[in-house]
Write a protein that binds this ligand. Structure first.
Ligand code: SF4
Length: 181
């Protein structure tokens, strides 16, 4: 199985109710050998329209944050815990993200085999490492099943509350340091 094959399957997927509102599936993008993966909550309106992750205003901020840490977005593999946009931008429900992660995200992680996975926001953090209080755990690393994870604020949170931005930049820098030789 390759990422391309998996993406084709996800684009036709009807395994959870989220497919009913899908214009385009948003499987993820980035190099197949990325050392850092970023995982967000779910596609939004612009992502659903284009099939690309993090391209709305929070995506633009994410690119700026990555650049402020001396990296480029093209170095990252970026995806979400669900590949289809939830209606009204609600949070994905547990049966939805559990099914989607089982079918796609865990396989993406296996295929890409990154050094570390950055979890953007509470939903991804809770879904992948079972922790919910991002305010308390951001910037810390956790190990689950032999994989390393770090929780970061979701860039959308920094759009609402600009005071989170310096912290998000600092955590992105920590993520970079983690994989530097
Ligand atoms: S969210 Fe995931 S599991 Fe649900 S329909 Fe879309 S691709 Fe399939």
């Amino acid at each position: 199985m390759t990422l391309e094959n998996l993406c084709k399957i996800a684009d036709e997927c009807t395994e959870c109710p989220l497919h009913e509102n899908r214009t385009n599936g948003v499987f993820g993008e980035g190099p197949a050998d990325s050392r850092i993966m970023l995982v967000g909550e779910a596609p939004g309106r612009m992502e659903d329209e284009t099939g690309r992750p993090f391209i709305g205003s929070s995506g633009k901020l994410l690119s700026e944050i990555i650049e402020s840490a001396g990296m480029d977005r093209s170095e990252f593999y970026i995806t979400s815990i669900v590949k289809c946009r939830p209606p009204e931008n609600r949070k994905p429900k547990k049966p939805e993200y559990s099914k989607c992660m089982e079918l796609y995200l865990h396989k993406q992680i296996e295929l890409i085999n990154p050094d570390i996975i950055g979890l953007l926001g509470n939903s991804a953090t809770h879904a992948l490492i079972g922790k919910s209080s991002i305010k308390q755990i951001h910037g810390k690393t956790y190990e689950r099943d032999g994989r390393k994870y770090m929780a970061l604020f979701h860039p959308a949170a920094a759009l609402y509350s600009r005071k989170l931005l310096p912290q998000l930049k600092e955590d992105m820098l920590a993520l970079k340091m983690f994989v530097e030789p």
